[in-house]
Design a protein around this ligand. Structure first.
Ligand SMILES: [Zn+2]
Length: 243
């Protein structure tokens, strides 16, 4: 259920895998995405199960309506409704105990925390979001709340790797013109994009030093949802929060 988890000075980072939930095929088992065609009750039950495994109150987890853009919302509590969520790709909070969640199935989930300033952020960085700068925008919003880049701990989660994410040559050129570190080649020798490498390079330029990335490639791992492999599939969730 929880594929990877760690705690740095009271900041918690957790990434789910696809097992341990109640969704039926093709969303088996722990689909946490509410907009992929799965049964709504199953998704809500899965969110409860994941929260329970993390020691979180499921009502204190903030989700977003991700649209592959650069917009950030600063939040200090759960949304008033669990439908019709704001269209943003990053969330920032300075509220302890409030968990921020990002949904992915190949895109790169980015979790950030400054445990000293007590500010955390979660961002959804697919190729368009990485190019649009959603991660720098999240860092900027954190800094406005007192965070300092050199204190930020950054963890990127399971995502399609640069050796699997094949794109047309002109798309690779367009992405690399913005973020050269994302230039990649598939294991079979065709043009590719490495979104996580792009995110890591953006964070490094901003002065974020404590950076780690998940070794998991979602397309290669059958323990994870992959949109590129399965098309109709579930979503993994990544959570960040402060004690
Ligand atoms: Zn791969």
């Amino acid at each position: 259920m929880i594929g990877q988890r760690n705690n740095v000075s009271g900041a918690h980072f957790a990434f789910t895998d696809r097992w341990g939930g109640v969704s039926a095929a093709p969303y088996e088992e722990l689909n946490l995405g509410g907009a992929v065609g799965d049964d709504r009750e199953a998704v809500l039950r899965n969110r409860e199960l994941a929260a329970e495994a993390l020691g979180l109150d499921p009502t204190q987890v903030v989700w977003m309506n991700q649209v592959h853009g650069p917009d950030v919302a600063v939040v200090d509590g759960p949304w008033a409704t669990d439908t019709d969520l704001p269209c943003v790709d990053a969330l920032v909070t300075a509220r302890r105990g409030l968990a921020l969640a990002v949904l992915t199935a190949d895109c790169t989930p980015v979790l950030l925390a400054d445990p000293v300033a007590e500010v955390v952020a979660a961002a959804h960085a697919g190729r368009p979001g990485m190019v649009a700068g959603v991660v720098p925008a999240a860092v900027e919003a954190m800094v406005k709340l007192g965070a300092r880049p050199e204190r930020i701990v950054a963890r990127t989660g399971p995502a399609v790797c640069g050796r699997c994410y094949e794109v047309p040559a002109d798309m690779r050129a367009d992405v690399a013109a913005v973020e050269p570190a994302a230039y990649a080649e598939t294991s079979w020798g065709t043009p590719a994009v490495d979104v996580t490498a792009g995110v890591q390079a953006q964070l490094e330029r901003l002065g974020v030093r404590d950076r780690q990335q998940s070794p998991v490639c979602t397309l290669e791992s059958h323990d994870h949802f992959s949109y590129r492999r399965e098309r109709t599939t579930g979503r993994l969730a990544s959570y960040v929060w402060l004690d």
